[in-house]
Design a protein around this ligand. Structure first.
Ligand code: HEM
Length: 445
């Protein structure tokens, strides 16, 4: 597809344009002309599986441009990079995220979430509206700082990092859209980007340093990174420990509250879904508190989360670069080519999903979900870089949704459903405000 067709459409509405290109070519491999960069758009589930999993060795994350170069300026070499350094970080961090370990943290997490949700009682009693994105970021930070960071980062400090991440995600946009400009050339957004990185380092570096100065035995992220070794058994550098601390902070916070912000306007627009969700939570949890043992019974809650992740996969862009020549779907991919893999595109393709833009959690009822290709829905990626936090995500978000809705009903006061804004991750373009009111159990029963 020539630049004169692809570029203006992409600049106007990157997400809509990518889905339209995918639809027009029925999910076939398509080359986009974007000036000096000509990436292939890979959207068919079988092709995605080929790149992310079956032939993953040939597709790496260290492209010259696209997302990874700008992102690398924040996270550096470590878990969000590639090659031996990535492999060492993944070996270090993976044991923290096994289902067994996360299950063991569930009750502590439920308690932290319960305490954080208590803060919503006052505005609910006063009938004041709350910015639910901001409220969710406090809830997530309280839970994650407690269970993953052993409270070594305070909640106010965590919220400073969240605000800095927010500035960075937007400041990165010009480099994301014009990926062929080298880092050495100044771009708009660079100052905000650098200021954001400084704030994050001001908070996290002292924590990483002080932990490395002692030989702690904790199993939180900071203590684990302080003991980390490379593939020759040597302690990793302070830089790598810092990089992984920053990456783990970002991946474990903003993804979750970004996604959950969409839930409320979506439920308001789909009262039949909201009613089923309330009914499930009322039956399983009652007036609470929510416990780990409730989670496997919150099946509809999980279907709602899966459908939300289909429409708003926060990690919307996973660029890859081909190491060697390959053929995908009959199209030759030459060594060095950039590939765009986007769950946003695949998960909205008309050839893959019936009524793709409609919110319908029943798609994820077990009997329906089984009929779909594994890579028709891949908000957490796949293959060797598969998200480390997937199990934690479902557990945490089920706890958050069930805790809030076992205590409150709500009325969204801002108009409509926010459009997704393209940044390093997908985020709601507008803020969502809502008024909460305590559940009247006599009525709910
Ligand atoms: C809505 C929630 C989330 C979504 C949609 C999401 C999505 C993803 C995706 C798509 C990838 C793969 C990137 C690629 O292949 O290039 C990824 C990687 C990763 N995610 Fe998540 N994630 C979420 C939450 C979390 C949470 C809660 C954590 C942490 C505790 C986490 C930690 C990570 C890490 C460490 C990686 C890098 C793995 C690697 O490259 O080896 N994520 N995530």
């Amino acid at each position: 597809m020539p630049a004169r067709t692809a570029l203006p459409a992409l600049v106007r509405d990157p997400l809509g344009a990518l889905v339209a290109f995918g639809d027009q070519h029925a999910g076939g491999v398509l080359r986009l002309g974007l000036g000096s960069v000509r990436p292939y758009l890979i959207s068919d589930p079988a092709h995605v599986q080929h790149v992310l999993r079956d032939n993953a060795d040939n597709y790496v994350r260290d492209g010259k441009g696209m997302l990874w170069q700008p992102v690398r300026r924040l996270f550096g070499e470590g878990i969000l990079a590639e090659g031996p350094v990535w492999a060492a970080s993944r070996r270090t961090l993976q044991p923290l995220f096994t289902a067994k370990r996360i299950d063991a943290l569930a009750d502590r997490m439920a308690e932290a979430i319960g305490d954080a949700v208590d803060d919503l009682r006052a505005p609910a009693a006063a009938g004041e509206s709350v910015d639910i994105g901001a409220a969710l970021s406090r809830i997530v930070c309280r839970a994650i700082m407690n269970v993953l960071f052993a409270d070594k980062v305070s909640v106010p400090d965590a919220l400073r990092i969240v605000a800095a991440q927010d500035r960075i995600a937007v400041a990165i946009l010009p480099r994301l859209l014009v990926p062929f400009v080298p880092n050495a050339i100044p771009m708009p957004g660079d100052r905000a980007f650098n200021g954001g990185v400084r704030t994050i380092d001001d908070v996290l570096l002292p924590v990483v340093r002080s932990e490395r100065a002692q030989t702690g035995s904790g199993d939180d992220i900071i203590a684990t990174l302080a003991r980390a070794v490379d593939d020759e058994g040597q302690p990793v550098t302070e830089r790598q420990a810092r990089n992984d601390a920053v990456a783990m902070f970002a991946t474990s916070t903003e993804t979750t509250f970004g996604l959950l912000t969409w839930l409320w306007p979506m439920l308001q627009a789909h009262p039949e879904v909201a009613e089923r969700l309330y009914a499930e939570i009322d039956t399983v949890v009652g007036d609470g508190p929510v416990r780990r043992t409730h989670l496997k019974e919150l099946r509809y809650t999980r279907m709602v989360l899966d459908e939300l992740l289909r429409l708003y996969p926060v990690a919307w862009l996973m660029p890859r670069t081909a190491v060697g020549d390959d053929v995908i779907g009959g199209v030759r991919i030459e060594r060095g080519a950039d590939l765009i893999i986007s769950p946003y595109v695949t998960q909205r393709l008309a050839g893959v999903w019936d009524r793709p833009n409609e919110f319908d959690p029943d798609r994820f009822a077990p009997e329906n979900a089984r009929q779909q290709h594994r890579y028709a829905h891949y908000p957490f990626g796949g293959g060797p870089h598969q998200c480390l936090g997937q199990y934690l995500f479902y557990l945490e978000t089920q706890l958050i949704v069930a805790t809030i809705l076992s205590r409150f009903r709500f009325q969204v006061t801002t108009p409509g459903i926010p459009a997704p804004q393209v940044a390093a991750s997908l985020r709601p373009k507008e803020r969502v405000r809502l008024v909460l009111r305590p559940v009247d159990r006599a009525v709910a029963a």
